[in-house]
Structure formats: structure tokens, C-alpha cells
Design a protein around this ligand. Structure first.
Ligand SMILES: Nc1ncnc2c1ncn2[C@@H]1O[C@H](COP(=O)(O)OP(=O)(O)OP(=O)(O)O)[C@@H](O)[C@H]1O
Length: 488
């Protein structure tokens, strides 16, 4: 068995403690090939796996030999979910499993290493249990740019091409296969609760609430079950609101906000048909299979509130219905505050805080920004790039290719708000990144990165983009470390 020679790996096995009603032990697929395409060295270093050789990396993340001290066998997790508002009781990890758990040595958070495309499970529903290479390539890009834009997202930890031919309706087929490993702060989905509520399994519902509090929000603990269930729900709402605010400020359209795709920690994950916005547009829809725009950019907060309402319903046997409803009613304000914070973070500006504890001026400022973006059609990322650090970038913004948009009367309140605030230390206006162009990932760019891989197995443009994303993350103070080549 290949072993990491870095002793910092803090392996854990907490999911198993929930009991075998929560998962099925499964076998990984045996792939005909293992070609390492991406290893996330920055995060691997952080969690104590950075010293693995490529060979050992493939043994763990392509053949799924257990990591020492972690799970002995992979666990396909059980869950249900509303998909586009239709309840589906046949879900569960159909092409993935929980491979390992570990503690982040820096902040102590419990992290999961989980897979996508690792083979069939009892929940595959007749499908192949695989992930296309293009799907994996897109997910690595999305997670990288979201991290750079300050979104709490799962990290793409490993991508290995696996040498099979797959058939898909939405890709020219046959198409290449891959297995992805992601690092995430829990995979406990709203759908994990829904399954227990559907089965009427109150004992396990209680166990799950207590497990979530213990491992993901220990400050919510209270002796009284009703009080701690409510505190758990409040934390989950705040986490999900934070994620929604970060998505909006990042110009990100997730595309499939089903209850099996939202976790109680509010860490963004599952990157299928996602898009980044070219310009601010509430009607923008990412998924071709969302004809009515249920998950359009401007409807993301509603979708998240709807998800949380489903979570509240699951908790009805454990706490007061009226108080759960009160928390749901507070979601819109939580979201507005989260969006304001995420917007200020993206601009690296301190809040104005005219009155202590009164976020009013900052909320108004965020509204003015998005109002301006909608009315002017300024390219989404351009605005944040031009104005990062507010007054610290005023001169640079005057030289922007869209400077004329900043000269109109509609921009005046935004300019005043920008100039009234103090840049934070992470504004970093002299970083070389801000002398170049904003880092974007629009759909045409993604297709152009994929084309040379598909046509000539040429990965250079994809790696160049990942390097560019890493530089953007460094400039914006969001990256934990720089890019390193994927194989050595
Ligand atoms: N090719 C496939 N084979 C088996 N199951 C699949 C396949 N594609 C999707 N599924 C299952 O269908 C459901 C919805 O798919 P979705 O794409 O939202 O999830 P996923 O990306 O596979 O997993 P996750 O939500 O962990 O990111 C999941 O239960 C997933 O496991």
C-alpha cells in the first residue's frame, strides 16, 4: 500500500459513526488506464498529502487504496432530493463515494475526500457510474476560479483520465472518461435529511442533527433538543445564505440547485452545467435542461430559500414549527447581508459602518453596484477588477477600456460609495495581475480550452488557464498557495 510520507495527514472516520443506515460499502471501478491530469498540490500540501509521488497519488486517487487511518472501504452515501422541485427517493451516490475524511491542520475543519466517476453503486439507477473527462476538466476550472473569487467551494483535488469510452447525450460520443476526487467540508446534503424524514426515521434524524452540530457547528450545542435543532437550522441557513451571496458576487450561476446539491455547511459543490456571467443578468440560465429558468441567476436566492424550507420541514418533529418558520422568514435579510459582505470582500473594501451594527449604508451600496451593473452592461468581472480597493484603484479605473461607463450619472452613487470606503490590506492594487486583464471563464473560453484536449490531447491551454486562475487568486488574497505543475 502506498503511504504518504508526510505525517501531517490527520485522518478521521466520523461518517461511519452515523451507522450503516447512512451508507453502503462499495467497490471502486477498475479502470483500464490511469493518466494523472491534475493534482491540487496547494491543498495536498495543506492537508499533509503533498509529498505523495505521482505513482502513490494514482494508487490512492485512481485505484482507491485506503489512506492510512481513514476509511478502509469506500462509502456510497444515501440521500434523497427534490430535483427541479420533484421529489426523487431513488438518489444517493450513484457515481461517487466518500473515500476518506481528514482534519484540516490549519483550521481544524473536518474535510471529506469524495469521488465523482468512481464506478457503479446501489444508487446508479442503471447508469454507468462514470464521469466524462470534459466534465472533470470543467469542474477543475470552476472550483479554481470560484476559490479565486472568494467562494467557499469544494476543491478539485485530483483528476485522473481513466481510458474508457463513454456515451452521453450532451457530448459528442464516444467521449473520454475520468475520475475526480474533491475535497469538501462535508457531503451532508439537505437530501440526507429528506430521506430520513421520508422514511419516518426519527432516531436517525436526531442522530444526524447531533452529528452535524458536533462536527460542523459545535457552538450550536445545547442540552435541550428543540433549542439545539433550531440552532443547527439557524447555522445551516446562515451558511447557505453566505454561499448564495458569494455566488452572486462572483457572477456564478450554479445551474442545478436541487436539494441533493446543497449541504448544511454551505460549501458550494457539484459543477455540472454551471456558467460564469458575461454581464449582470438576473435571467441568465445555465442548464439547457432548465427551460423555465427555475435556477436562473436572479432566482438563486429563492431556490436556496426553497431548499431551506424543505430542510425545515424535515426538522418539524424535533423543534417548534413557528420558530423554524421565523428562521426561514429571516433568510432574505441574511442573504442581503451575505451579498453585501461578499461584494465588499471582492472589492477589498471595509464596511462603512456609519452607525455601529447598522449595515444599512453597505446594503444600499451593494444594491447600487448591481443596479449599475444591470443598467450599464459593464462586463461582470471587469467592474470588480477595475475597482478593487476603491480609492486605491481610481486612477487605474480611469484607464479602463470601459472608462466611459464610469463617467455617466448612473455611476455617481457607486463612485461615491467606492471612494468613501477604505481599502483592506488584501486590496493589493500593485500586484501585476491588476496591470493585465481580468481572469474570466466564459463558456466560449471553456470550449476553447477543451478543443485542443479533445482534438490533439494538448493540455497546454488548460494548464495556462489554471496558472492564470492561481495568479488571480494570489492577487485577490484568496489562494492558499500558487500553482504547481500537475505531475513531477
Ligand atoms: N453516470 C452516472 N452513473 C450513475 N449515477 C449517476 C450518473 N450521473 C449522475 N448520477 C447520479 O444522479 C444523481 C444526480 O447527479 P448529479 O450530476 O447532480 O450528481 P453528481 O455530480 O454525480 O454527484 P454530486 O452531487 O456528489 O456532485 C446523483 O445521485 C448521481 O450520483
Amino acid at each position: 500500500m502506498a503511504e504518504p510520507d508526510d505525517t501531517r495527514l490527520l485522518a478521521a472516520r466520523h461518517h461511519e459513526e452515523l451507522g450503516d443506515a447512512f451508507f453502503d460499502v462499495v467497490e471502486p471501478a477498475r479502470f483500464p488506464q490511469h493518466i494523472l491530469r491534475w493534482r491540487n498540490d496547494a491543498w495536498a500540501d495543506r492537508v499533509g498529502l503533498g509529498a505523495l509521488s505521482d505513482e502513490d497519488w494514482i494508487a490512492h486517487f485512481g485505484r482507491f487504496e485506503p489512506l492510512p487511518g481513514s476509511l478502509e472501504r469506500p462509502l456510497a452515501l444515501r440521500y434523497h432530493g427534490h430535483q427541479f422541485r420533484n421529489y426523487n427517493p431513488d438518489l444517493g451516490d450513484g457515481r461517487g463515494f466518500l473515500f476518506a475524511q481528514l482534519r484540516d491542520p490549519v483550521d481544524g475543519r473536518l474535510l471529506d475526500l469524495a469521488t465523482k466517476g468512481s464506478g457503479e453503486t446501489p444508487w446508479s439507477r442503471g447508469a454507468d457510474g462514470r464521469l466524462t473527462l470534459k466534465g472533470g476538466v470543467r469542474e477543475v476550472l470552476a472550483t479554481g476560479l470560484l476559490e479565486a473569487r472568494g467562494v467557499d467551494t469544494s476543491k478539485s483535488f485530483s483528476l485522473i483520465e481513466t481510458g474508457e469510452n463513454l456515451y452521453r447525450g450532451d457530448e459528442p460520443s464516444p467521449t473520454r472518461s475520468s475520475v475526480l476526487v474533491r475535497l469538501s467540508h462535508s457531503h451532508i446534503r439537505i437530501g440526507t435529511f429528506q430521506r430520513l424524514a421520508y422514511l419516518g426515521d426519527q432516531a436517525n434524524l436526531r442522530r444526524l442533527v447531533d452529528h452535524c452540530i458536533r462536527h460542523y457547528m459545535p457552538d450550536a450545542w445545547a442540552e435541550d433538543e428543540s433549542a439545539r435543532t433550531l440552532a443547527f437550522f439557524e447555522r445551516a441557513c446562515a451558511n447557505v445564505a453566505r454561499m448564495g451571496g458569494q455566488w452572486t458576487a462572483a457572477g456564478f450561476v450554479h445551474g442545478v440547485i436541487n436539494t441533493d446539491n446543497v449541504t448544511i455547511t454551505g460549501e458550494s459543490f457539484d459543477y455540472g452545467p454551471y456558467r460564469f456571467l458575461p454581464v449582470y443578468d438576473p435571467k441568465f440560465v445555465a442548464a439547457y435542461f432548465d427551460p423555465v429558468g427555475l435556477y436562473a441567476f436572479g432566482r438563486q436566492p429563492n431556490a436556496l430559500r426553497w431548499n431551506l424550507t424543505r430542510l425545515a420541514e424535515c426538522l418539524l418533529p424535533l423543534t417548534s414549527p413557528g420558530r423554524l418558520e421565523g428562521v426561514v422568514k429571516g433568510f432574505d435579510l441574511l442573504f442581503a447581508e451575505a451579498l453585501t459582505k461578499a461584494t465588499l470582500d471582492r472589492l477589498a473594501l471595509d464596511p462603512l459602518a456609519l452607525e455601529p451594527g447598522d449595515p444599512g449604508a453597505d446594503l444600499d451600496f451593494a444594491s447600487a453596484i448591481y443596479g449599475f451593473m444591470a443598467a450599464s452592461g459593464v462586463p461582470f468581472e471587469r467592474f470588480f477588477f477595475d475597482w478593487r480597493g476603491g480609492p486605491a484603484s481610481e486612477r487605474r479605473a480611469a484607464d479602463s477600456p470601459v472608462a466611459d461607463l464610469y463617467a455617466g450619472a448612473e455611476f455617481a452613487p457607486v463612485r461615491a460609495g467606492l471612494l468613501a470606503r477604505t481599502p483592506t490590506p488584501s486590496a493589493n492594487p500593485s500586484h501585476p495581475y491588476f496591470q493585465g486583464e481580468p481572469c474570466t471563464l466564459l463558456i466560449d473560453e471553456i470550449e476553447a480550452l477543451w478543443a485542443p484536449i479533445a482534438e490533439a490531447d494538448d493540455w497546454s491551454a488548460w494548464h495556462a488557464k489554471l496558472r492564470e486562475i492561481a495568479v488571480a487568486g494570489e492577487a485577490m488574497g484568496t489562494a492558499i498557495a500558487g500553482y504547481r505543475r500537475p505531475s513531477r
